[in-house]
Design a protein around this ligand. Structure first.
Ligand SMILES: Nc1nc2c(ncn2[C@@H]2O[C@H](COP(=O)(O)OP(=O)(O)OP(=O)(O)O)[C@@H](O)[C@H]2O)c(=O)[nH]1
Ligand SMILES: [Mg+2]
Ligand SMILES: [Zn+2]
Length: 373
């Protein structure tokens, strides 16, 4: 590249080809580290869709990449390390296929905890800056669910933003719905939007910084894909009717990364019915920051908010300043987070034990071979 035209060439002419996918100095540094330690020529790419054993990447052109043996082994040992939507990866060309050689270090990871006995944590989205939680105005709102989504979002390290969707369907109830949503949304903004009438879209669009990655979180039928289409100004995702049997239809069946006209990126994911709070109380406490702040004003540092004198939490409930049900939900989610953490620890112990046994077997086998019988 010649430099004599410096005066007439703007900096953006030299923009990285991946800048439209959220490429930034942090990712660049992570990629350089991966590239230096590999004997191959590697290229950076972003995962748009994760499939079984392969990923759809953007380089920026769409390609399918298989997992290199090292990445595959790591993914088998720890499912959470498998490349997932939003991940930055280092790929290389091998014959006529692409191979993912490394998954670059993540920030802002939305993880759905697996609490069933043999389930694994599922990384829903990697490298997200903001989580847009969608709650339909005509179906509630369900504040308990919202608190769960908020807890998950806070734990991810990304910024939660709440969208009250399908606003026009709430009719006269809209102010009441929004007020209820706001009453459980501490420290996050609430946007009232309608994909059909266009209400609130400009305000929301104004928040979408170029290069920032947003993930949509909400139940099936909450209007996530419709909102995405409305923000994009054109159909980028399929949307669908909600089925009457209340099971939802899951119009969006796999996660997808969509670059938006203004330069932001959106990860549309299938609706989530139930969210277990992560085994990390910090997200829950952040969600209930208002209640936690009250608790810090109790007379006794170890106040259990029972019948202790000088309990600021109970005083707030008595004054009608704090909804007793919200307090109950805080306790419940904290207990659940604790329980999930212990489950996670137990699972990790069991996995480690399995690993030891395996190594032990391999060791015995090696010794047997050495002895020659
Ligand atoms: N009246 C009205 N209907 C809406 C609005 N937004 C979405 N809908 C409808 O709600 C239904 C579900 O919308 P989707 O965008 O497919 O919902 P989703 O959250 O992406 O659902 P999944 O992909 O299954 O997770 C569709 O019938 C939409 O037309 C809105 O602002 N107003
Ligand atoms: Mg959808
Ligand atoms: Zn107290």
């Amino acid at each position: 590249m010649s430099h004599h035209s410096e005066n007439t060439t703007s900096e953006t002419d030299f923009a990285h080809p991946l800048s439209g996918l959220g490429w930034n100095p942090r990712v660049e540094a992570a990629f350089d580290t991966a590239a230096r330690s590999s004997p191959h020529v590697l290229l950076p790419a972003r995962v748009a869709e994760a499939r079984r054993g392969a990923v759809g990447v953007r380089l920026p052109q769409h390609e399918t990449a298989a997992l290199a043996p090292g990445v595959r082994r790591a993914a088998e040992a720890d499912h959470a390390s498998a490349p997932t939507s939003g991940d930055w990866v280092a790929v290389r060309r091998s014959g006529d296929t692409w191979l993912v050689e490394a998954v670059l270090e993540r920030t802002g990871t939305l993880v759905r905890q697996g609490v069933a006995k043999d389930s694994h944590d599922q990384v829903l989205a990697a490298n997200v800056d903001a989580v847009l939680i969608c709650e339909a105005a005509d179906q509630g709102p369900n504040v308990g669910r919202l608190e769960r989504f908020l807890s998950l979002a806070w734990t991810s390290g990304a910024t939660p933003v709440v969208a009250v969707t399908k606003a026009e369907l709430a009719g006269e109830r809209l102010p009441e719905v929004v007020e209820l949503v706001e009453s459980v949304t501490t420290g996050a903004d609430v946007h009232t939007v309608s994909a059909h009438t266009g209400l609130g879209l400009a305000e929301l669009a104004a928040r979408l910084r170029p290069g920032a990655t947003w993930v949509l979180l909400g139940t099936s039928g909450a209007g996530k894909s419709s909102l995405l289409n409305a923000l994009a100004g054109q159909p980028v995702m399929e949307t669908g009717e909600i089925r009457d049997d209340r099971r939802g239809r899951h119009t969006t069946t796999h996660r997808q990364l969509i670059p938006m006209p203004g330069g932001a990126l959106f990860l549309d994911i299938p609706g989530v019915r139930r969210i277990d709070v992560p085994g990390d109380e910090s997200g829950v406490d952040r969600t209930f920051a208002d209640v936690k702040a009250l608790a810090e004003r109790c007379r006794f540092g170890d106040c259990a908010h029972g019948s202790e004198p000088g309990c600021a939490v109970n005083a707030a409930v008595d004054d009608g300043e704090l909804d007793a049900r919200r307090l109950e939900r805080w306790y419940k989610l904290r207990r659940e987070a604790e329980w999930n953490r212990s489950r996670g620890d137990a699972r990790m112990r069991a996995e480690r034990r399995k690993e030891w046994k395996r190594n032990d077997r391999v060791g015995r086998e090696a010794a047997r071979l050495k002895r020659g019988y």
